[in-house]
Design a protein around this ligand. Structure first.
Ligand code: FRU
Length: 927
């Protein structure tokens, strides 16, 4: 955007500025003219008066200035000076020629060059000048003759004291004087002195004149100075004193003409005006092209005793007036100065004003452009906004569509699980069944295998979605890696054997405690083992190894856990090995695991969640080794990545894994029940098909009640008390978790064992279920036999517990200080002790291994809850069991001692007495 002035606007502004400047200059400055004045004579009073008049007049002509050159009555000097003035570039020349010749020539030159020439006082013998101003010297000569004639009654002799006759003024005065005298025959000019304005010549010549003509009655001297010289000469020579003496000039200054007339020295003087003032006025007219006269004669008059006083007065008045004028002029100068300053100020103000106007114009122009630009920008912005809005709308629609698709995809995946469960379950039943004809066995097995594969893929897809949505959270706890790996590897032995592949598990230590998410690491190791089995040819081998090593690179943790899965399989080509963990990467060759490219990518994501590393090394034809490194300790984990309650290995759900590899053959006798009454089981499941499937699995041995959600289940429980509940988690109205919570918080129902079933495999839900008090948790899809066994075990345990309750409570259920989970923990230990009664000593190691907890953890927990050491606690459990047996079994003390795992009856008697304060036989007698 250009907010400056356009070219045209700039041009207009410059023109405007120029005109404004011209008009300002016009206001403040007129054209100036320089006048050159060539003064012929010395600075006598008459010429000083002339120059003073000029100066005074110039005050009224501020555009005129003057340069004065004084020629000292020397014609050569005057010629030189006139040339100088001319070279100085004067606009007009005022000249009072010293002599007619040779000054005439230079004056004509000046005139011919176009410079106006004003003659003053004296003239040249040519018309080549612009104007003349001065007294009329011929008339002055006439006035003198007439005055003298009148005084002498036109009879008598007179003397003429002339100036230099080469001067026009002198020549004209003489001519006028003699012309008048010639008219009167008795009036005679008898003696002429050619004084050349010199006093000496007068003093020398006058006596001679009187000697020749003693009757001279009057003297006409060409100026007052010569007249005074004549008086002095008369006095000096004691000549007649009553002569008529007439001078010229009539200056009012002291000692000059007017004073001499007044004091009687001179008879009369003829006023000869200097013309100073008039010459400037004339010059101004000429320079300003105003009309003027070429010849300007000035007024002269005779002053004698009759008018001398009034003349003096007038001169005085004039002089005073001139003083006033001078003062006024001084004042004017001051005012002029101020005026000048004000003019400058005005000029500055005008310039500022102009600049302001320019800026205003620029501002208005820029503002206009800015507004226009803003309007354009606004339009563009609106366009962009609407485009953005459209884009946003499309993007939202797209995002929504994508979300909807993904939701659909996830939901569909989820939905696939239940029908698949209903396919896998009956297929497993068919495989187990002896009725199935041999020819179908292979096909059923194939169907089962592929259904399991589908399930596995769906599980992977769901995990993948969870990672995509950042909802996959590490749920690590401390477990023993060695026993964990043992359990994961276990199901592969049979399968490997069938393929004639040897599977070896190597570990340097008997147990290694590490923090990991059991569910996720299980999937990783399972995936690696599945691939290894799949791509290792007959007679090959697979080796799983586990060790701890010093962390080389990381500073947060010191030690690392290393798990290796090495096979002697086909190997992966180098160009594929780099992409093996890429999502959706499908290798062209042998290692296109599971066909989806998800398995190894998920494994890497899971290892990443553990802050670990997974690497692969492979050589075609030799085999492949996957190495997993996980940090040991828990410093690398934040609180959100940890779970408080670890799940023991036995809580893991092995059926799924074993089912995926091979179907366990579970002896029917394992399912044979030993109950007095047929137990009642309540199935809570919203999907009818699943309910039917569960019912089919259980109805041979149990009475089955059914409810489609938690709410309905509660109604049934109020009517009939089931021995066990199998419930789904996700259901309408009331879900399985809420049902569990309700039942377990009610004293009347809290003893009913609950098995939670769900399609959700998340560890979180598993714990949520257990937290609420669920007794077992079986993820879908489940093997029906697994369910049957779990149901049976729970019922048996419950039965045993009930038996125990008949005697002394193992754990005080009313102890409010014990949390449900702590009670569960102690019960679990009691259960373990009970299951291993034959063992004399259950070590902390064994116990911690069975619990999936660290030794320290187990030791501290028991100490905290009971105040006893582990062995003391185990012993006390055994003794309490013995107590019940004494009460109910009728067996001998020795039998009971051995049954509860004491090596000798005597040691049993001692411990029993220590704990209960009496011997077992004494107790037997009392009860
Ligand atoms: C002054 C003067 C006057 C005289 C005039 C003639 O220099 O001598 O006294 O009247 O010049 O030009």
């Amino acid at each position: 955007m250009n907010i400056g002035l356009s070219y045209m606007t700039k041009k207009r502004t410059i023109l405007f500025l120029f005109l404004l400047f011209i008009s300002i200059c016009g206001l403040t400055a007129k054209e100036k003219y320089t006048i050159g004045f060539s003064q012929c004579g010395q600075r006598d009073n008459w010429r000083l008066k002339m120059e003073a008049e000029m100066e005074r007049e110039l005050l009224f002509h501020p555009d005129l200035s003057i340069i004065i050159k004084q020629a000292l009555d020397d014609s050569e000097t005057q010629i030189k000076q006139i040339n100088e003035l001319m070279n100085m570039g004067i606009d007009l020349l005022i000249v009072s020629p010293n002599e007619i010749n040779p000054i005439q020539k230079v004056v004509e030159e000046v005139y011919q060059k176009g410079i106006p020439v004003v003659l003053i006082d004296r003239r040249i013998d040519s018309e080549n000048f612009t104007a003349y101003v001065g007294g009329d010297n011929y008339e002055i000569g006439q006035f003198a003759a007439e005055y003298i004639g009148g005084k002498l009654n036109y009879k008598g002799n007179v003397m003429e004291i002339q100036g230099a006759q080469t001067i026009s003024a002198a020549a004209e005065r003489s001519r006028g004087f003699n012309d008048v005298l010639a008219k009167y025959e008795n009036l005679n000019n008898v003696y002429k002195i050619h004084s050349f304005w010199s006093s000496t010549i007068v003093a020398d010549s006058l006596p001679s004149g009187f000697a020749k003509h003693p009757d001279i009655k009057a003297i006409f001297a060409f100026n007052d100075g010569l007249a005074e010289d004549a008086v002095e000469a008369l006095n000096a020579n004691k000549l007649s004193t009553d002569l008529i003496i007439v001078g010229v000039d009539g200056l009012p200054t002291p000692g000059d003409g007017i004073e001499m007339v007044e004091n009687g020295t001179l008879t009369a003087t003829i006023i000869y005006p200097t013309g100073g003032k008039e010459s400037i006025q004339l010059a101004s007219k000429i320079l300003h092209d105003e009309p003027f006269e070429k010849y300007n004669s000035l007024f002269s008059t005779v002053v004698d005793e009759s008018n001398v006083r009034i003349t003096r007065h007038q001169f005085q008045n004039i002089s005073e007036l001139q003083l006033d004028i001078n003062k006024s002029m001084d004042m004017l100068k001051i005012l002029n100065g101020r005026y000048h300053v004000q003019q400058i100020l005005l000029f500055v103000l005008l310039v500022l004003f102009t600049v302001m106007i320019i800026f205003l114009l620029m501002y208005l122009s820029a503002n206009k452009k800015l507004k226009q630009s803003n309007i354009n920008l606004g339009k563009q912005k609106n366009e962009i906004s609407s485009q953005n809005a459209e884009l946003m709308r499309l993007s939202n629609e797209l995002e929504e569509a994508t979300k909807a698709k993904l939701r659909f995809f996830t939901n569909m995946s989820h939905e696939f699980r239940t029908p698949l469960t209903l396919i896998v379950g009956p297929l497993e039943n068919m495989i187990d069944s002896a009725d199935i004809p041999e020819r179908f066995k292979k096909q059923v097995s194939l169907m089962h295998k592929n259904a399991l594969r589908l399930l596995h893929l769906i599980n992977q897809l769901m995990d993948f979605r969870k990672i995509e949505n950042n909802k996959m959270q590490l749920q690590a706890a401390q477990y023993d890696v060695v026993s964990f790996l043992n359990e994961v590897i276990m199901p592969f032995y049979d399968l490997a054997e069938k393929k004639k592949i040897s599977v070896l598990f190597e570990t340097e230590e008997r147990s290694i405690n590490a923090w990991f998410d059991m569910d996720k690491l299980d999937k990783v190791v399972f995936n690696l083992l599945s691939n290894a089995i799949k791509f290792t040819p007959v007679n090959g081998s697979i080796k799983v190894s586990c060790s701890t090593l010093k962390s080389v690179v990381n500073k947060v943790w010191d030690e690392e856990l290393e798990i290796k899965v090495a096979d002697t399989g086909n190997g992966i080509p180098p160009n594929e090995v780099n992409h093996i963990f890429d999502r959706f990467y499908q290798a062209e060759s042998s290692h296109g695991f599971m066909g989806t490219g998800l398995g190894l990518s998920l494994s890497k994501e899971f290892v990443d969640l553990h802050h670990g590393k997974i690497e692969v090394k492979s050589e075609v034809g030799k085999g492949t080794t996957f190495t997993i490194r996980l940090p040991l300790g828990d410093q690398h984990l934040n609180d959100a990545e940890k779970i408080e309650t670890p799940v023991s290995h036995s809580a893991r759900q092995p059926t799924k894994r074993s089912s995926e590899i091979q179907i366990d053959t579970i002896a029917d006798k394992a399912l044979a029940l030993d109950f007095d009454e047929t137990p009642t089981i309540l199935l809570v499941e919203d999907e009818k098909d699943v309910r039917e499937y569960i019912k089919d699995s259980l109805h041979d041995h149990y009475r089955i009640l059914q409810a489609e959600n938690g709410k309905k289940a509660l109604e049934i429980i109020r009517e009939e008390e089931p021995d066990l509940i199998v419930s789904d988690i996700m259901m309408p109205e009331m879900d399985g978790l809420e049902l569990t919570r309700t039942l377990k918080s009610d004293l009347k129902t809290c003893h009913i064992p609950i098995i939670l079933l769900t399609a959700k495999t998340s560890q979180e839900q598993k714990f949520e279920g257990l937290e609420e008090g669920a007794d077992s948790y079986i993820p879908k899809p489940f093997n029906s036999k697994h369910l049957q066994i779990r149901v049976k075990k729970l019922l048996e345990l419950r039965k045993k517990m009930q038996e125990r309750y008949k005697g002394q409570l193992l754990i005080n259920e009313d102890d409010k200080d014990l949390s449900r989970l702590d009670r569960k923990f102690l019960n679990k230990i009691s259960q373990i002790v009970e299951e291993h009664l034959e063992k004399e000593e259950l070590t902390v190691e064994e116990l911690s291994q069975m619990l999936g907890l660290s030794r320290v953890h187990v030791y501290r927990k028991i100490k905290k809850l009971t105040g006893m050491s582990v062995s003391e606690f185990v012993r006390s459990v055994k003794l309490k069991l013995a107590l019940n047996l004494i009460k109910t079994s009728g067996k001998t003390m020795a039998e009971i001692a051995y049954e509860v795992g004491f090596s000798s009856p005597s040691y049993f008697t001692k411990c029993f007495k220590d704990q209960f304060g009496m011997s077992p036989s004494e107790f037997g007698k009392r009860s």
